[in-house]
Design a protein around this ligand. Sequence first.
Ligand SMILES: Cc1ncc(COP(=O)(O)O)c(C=O)c1O
Length: 439
Amino acid sequence: MKPQTTDVRQIAEPRRTADHGRTGHRAPTMPATVHASTASLPDQHDHPALRAALAAAIEDTIIYDLDGIGRQYTALCAELPGVAVRFAMKACPVDEVLGHLARFGSGFDAASPQEIAQALRTGAAPGLIHYGNTVKSDRNIAEAYRLGVRDYATDCLEDVGAIAEHAPGSRVFCRLATTGEGALWGLSRKFGCSPEDALRVLGTARSAGLVPSGLSVHVGSQQMTAEAWVAAVDSLAAVLEALSRRGITPDRINLGGGLPALGVLDRRGRPLEPPLDKMFVVIREGMERLRAVNAAPLDFLLEPGRHLVADHGAIRAHVARLSSRHRLDGTREDWLYLSCGKFNGLYEMDQLQYRLEFPTHSGGQFVDAMVAGPTCDNDDAYAQEDGLVRVPRAITSGDPVWVHSCGAYAAAYATRGFNGFAPLPYTCVGGPAPDGGGA
Ligand SMILES: Cc1ncc(COP(=O)(O)O)c(C=O)c1O
């Protein structure tokens, strides 16, 4: 294996032109002219601790930068003063990450009794954990109640009845449906109800001895527009007003997840550039508006997942093979097969691209290649559109590849060993820092 260096900063920028004909040589050898350097990337790529850990790794691993995650948490709290964070555990159910966030004062959005138990084990107080999954069995609810959770998401009468029976007296917040427009992953069908349903749900909750404590939304994951929160606030305001006419006055609004990662690329390799500042402005304005509408003071929660962790995790993978083949129509294609793919860390690779860095190759010639994972499965690849990635031609089996901004959902989505490719081990750098202090 070649020695790794930290000063070589060749980050593969996927080829953006759409000039790949359907015939002929699809991926010609290119001189090394177009590269993104880390200087031009969002500064999370420049975290020295993460880079040092990537450089030090001699085997494949996911690395989480706890200090980076802590900074992200602090920055988010500064942008949205007074908003309490409930980290969406599914985005990174790693003990050290959860424990670190708990030390900063974060609470947790759990989706199962198992996640609740993990949050408790890693340092969260039961009062800072809510059961944010609208889908739960009687047994799930009873177990969550036994573990001390008294806050439940809901969106239908059947679930309200079950909560009243198995978690008596608890607080419930009703999730309103959103369109999911503007998000890479809309969450519009499986979760959330109409405004009319929400009135029935919270009215029934009150009659059943539960506390109708609030409303929630989720605008869709990796949301790319500020307008999504404008629409969500419109809907929340209308339901608050209608609830007030029924004598129900919630004390809490949960604005859900959806805040984006900054360092990922779209399916064609173009940088995703979400208007984060505008999103924060819209959320702050929305909070003011909702406070004005509600008859009683309102607290606000947020359930960020990917925004807190995506850009502070990276994978050290290696090259399985750079190869060249001809398709049936005679088109030549170059393929870069990595040791890591959809089933052992990069589950989202069919919807977006991660920035790749080849630390042992700083110059020479490049080829524009399809990128795929190591398994014998066709889906284990970047979307096969125009998302070719510029890869050093001299790269060889075993060479390290750094995959950036994959700290969210990488660990949770890894299979138990599809085709024998086991989930990657993980490493954490940085850590223990402040106790308390967060919202
Ligand atoms: C209820 C709930 N809250 C929060 C999140 C986190 O979303 P994101 O990672 O987009 O912030 C999810 C993700 O699916 C979710 O289901």
